[in-house]
Design a protein around this ligand. Structure first.
Ligand code: ADP
Length: 653
């Protein structure tokens, strides 16, 4: 139920809003003019909303369907008024939308501001959607009057940005929102010609610069001074000048996508993108196409230069805008592109889309599905071209969105074949360069049957893995899977160009295939000889490991931990545990290096007294070491440390 505001109330902003306001008031920004873009964009959104809702409920229009935005500078009162006949706000909505910052991004915004000092900061405004408050960069007082359709009275909200605001009911005939900015003195004088926001020409050029494509007319009154004409249509020179008011529309309203591709400059695309999607950077890539066929549409898609700060953390709210014959239907349509392409911004305009369509119906729309498929194809094609023709650009893309592409590999079965060619990994082949799977295959030695990979937190950790040593010695390239999603993607692929993926820490390494049958044979023989020792180690570590083996993959390390080729890997076990799914456990196999001195020492302990504490301690210590080398912590670190200390003391005896 909407709460009635009978009396004027004085309310305090919530703490975070106040912090934000302080920043705006004591403006550290250099580019203050963008406040106008922000307020116009809010007005345009409000118009979109009423237009959309009125499709199913004509009454909301209250007979007024000339959607427009009006600018009114007034030197006498030192105010700039921006009004719209959009959706307006109820009392509750004003408190909700303007009095509080409900958005989770705001905190991050504030933190970023602090981090960045004053450089680049105004750019953050748009990105974090704190647009309304930017009014306080130029105004000493902001008054808002707003009325939602169907409400008898309007709401008046006012603040000087000092930590509190007032809110009360008011009379308001017209639907929508009027924002009156009482300008700070410096912005109402002509001392800074470009920052005089009462100057109509300044306002006109700002609208052209930032808001030209807004789909609703942005109007302003101009005074026309004319001398009257005589009966023949000639100017009467000695008559006094007559002033008439002329309403002019400041923006061209021509949607960029309807224009011919060859006539649009890169700057125009960039500006269009930045205005429409509140970004401060030029997009990394632009895809503009017109398609005629089973379904007809025009699309402009953008790959933003940077992923949003929260891209990998929460449900993304971005998506594609839908239009039908230049008329906006819907923002953030998430049903068009697959989840893994959710970083793509842009729009689709199709005469086949129905204007009057609900989100539910939209999901079932076959045209939309068809368009979606086509868009996905054209994005993938663009990326394929980029990876071959412009590798540095693709690497930038990869840095931002690689994880999303990898998640597509395991979540999007249909696109897997295409996505696998877009994958990049670090590898032992080069210190910094990334490799595609195709490049890896092209470098494989004859007889190498599988693609080797290692998982770890970073390059250094992977390179220190005992299992790496032998492969390095044999000059076999290993892919480094350093992202937590990597192994899921690789597992989903299973193989590439018919070469299976093989973790260097799982199952048998098939070293025969890479030319060491002797080593394998030697390991088999040693295993047979030491069968009872291996069983005793297994027993000593019962519950922790499933098997003990003689290793054919170790060189200078005494021990390593691997997992069996069936079941999950150790790395995957860690990820699942972090995701609170600790039910899945890898089959841990302890591999011992028979050529290492430690093996001899273990054997000696075993032969001296296989039931002694000393033997059991040795087993525990080896297992602990193996865990540490995998970057894991022994289950009881204190006990492990005590055993190490004891061993050192014993050695000294
Ligand atoms: P954003 O526009 O990014 O959501 P703002 O701080 O600019 O952030 O606006 C907060 C909210 O206030 C908007 O989401 C909208 O619901 C409401 N609002 C702002 N301006 C208007 C307006 N002119 N008409 C109706 N609602 C508005």
């Amino acid at each position: 139920m909407t709460q009635a505001a009978t009396a004027k109330e004085n309310r305090k902003f919530e703490a975070e809003t106040k912090q934000l306001l302080d920043l705006m008031v004591h403006s550290i920004y250099t580019n203050r003019e963008i406040f106008l873009r922000e307020l116009i964009s809010n007005a345009s959104d409000a118009l979109d909303k009423i237009r959309f809702e009125s499709l199913t409920n004509q009454d909301l229009l209250e007979g007024n369907s000339n959607f427009e935005i009006f600018l009114l500078p007034d030197e006498a009162t030192n105010t700039l008024t921006i009004s719209d006949n959009g959706i307006g706000m109820t009392y509750d909505e004003v408190i909700q939308n303007i009095g509080t910052i409900a958005k989770s991004g705001t905190k991050v915004f504030l933190e970023k501001l602090k981090e960045n000092g004053s450089s680049n900061d105004n750019d953050l405004i748009g990105q974090f959607g704190v647009g309304f408050y930017s009014a306080f960069m130029v105004a000493k007082k902001v008054t808002m009057q707003t009325r939602a359709p169907g409400q008898a009275r309007g709401i008046r909200w006012e603040s000087t940005g000092d930590g509190s605001y007032t809110i009360e009911e008011c009379d308001k005939d017209t639907r929508g929102t009027t924002i009156i900015l009482t300008l700070q003195d410096e912005h109402a004088s002509s001392d800074h010609p470009n920052e005089n926001f009462l100057d109509k020409h300044v306002l006109e050029s700002l609208v052209k610069k930032y808001s030209d494509y807004i789909r609703y007319p942005i109007k302003m009154n101009f005074i026309k001074e004319e001398k009257p004409l005589d009966a023949d249509g000639k100017v009467i020179e000695d008559a006094p000048v007559k002033e008439t008011i002329e309403v002019r529309t400041l923006n061209s309203m021509t949607p960029l996508w309807t224009r011919n591709k060859n006539e649009i400059t890169q700057e125009e695309y960039s500006l269009f993108y930045k205005n429409l999607f509140h970004d401060w950077e030029d997009p990394l890539e632009i895809i503009h196409s017109k398609v005629e066929g089973a379904v007809e549409y025009t699309t402009v898609l953008f790959i933003p230069a940077h992923a949003p700060f929260d891209f990998y953390q929460r449900e993304s709210t971005s998506g594609i805008q839908l239009y039908s014959k230049n008329v906006f239907i819907m923002d953030n349509c998430l049903d068009l592109l697959p989840e893994y392409l959710r970083f793509i911004r842009g729009l689709v305009d199709s005469p086949d889309f129905s204007l009057n369509i609900s989100r539910e119906l939209l999901q079932q729309s076959s045209q939309l599905k068809l368009v979606g498929k086509n868009l996905e194809k054209s994005v993938l094609k663009t990326l394929e071209t980029m990876i071959t023709k412009d590798r540095p650009k693709y690497e930038k893309f990869w840095h931002e969105y690689g994880k999303a592409i990898k998640s597509g590999v395991y979540s999007d079965f249909h696109s897997r074949d295409k996505l696998q060619n877009l994958l990049l990994f670090p590898s032992s082949h080069a210190a910094t360069e990334l490799t595609t799977l195709a490049d890896y295959i092209s470098r494989m030695a004859e007889g190498q049957a599988v693609i080797y990979y290692a998982t770890g937190k970073d390059r250094a950790q992977v390179e220190r893995l005992p299992q790496m040593e032998l492969l390095k010695e044999k000059n076999i390239e290993v892919l480094y899977l350093l992202d937590r999603v990597d192994e899921f993607a690789i597992e989903a692929l299973g193989n590439y160009q018919e070469k299976k993926f093989q973790s260097i820490s799982r199952g048998d390494l098939n070293l025969d295939d890479i030319g060491s049958p002797e080593q394998k044979q030697a390991a088999d023989d040693t295993a047979k000889e030491n069968q009872s020792l291996l069983s005793a180690v297994k027993e000593a570590l019962a519950g922790k490991i499933t098997e003990v083996k003689i290793s054919s993959r170790l060189k200078s390390s005494p021990v390593c931990l691997v997992s069996s080729s069936n079941g999950i890997s150790l790395a995957m076990e860690q990820i699942l545990a972090e995701m609170d799914k600790p039910l899945y456990k890898a089959n841990r196999i302890l591999e011992l290096n028979p050529t290492h001195q430690v093996f001899a020492a273990l054997k000696k302990q075993y032969e001296t007294d296989s039931s002694s504490d000393a033997f059991k301690d040795y087993c525990e210590l080896l297992y602990g070491q193996a865990l540490l080398m995998e970057g894991l912590i022994p289950e009881d670190p204190a006990a492990f440390a005590i055993k190490v200390a004891k061993l050192m003391a014993d050695t000294d005896k």
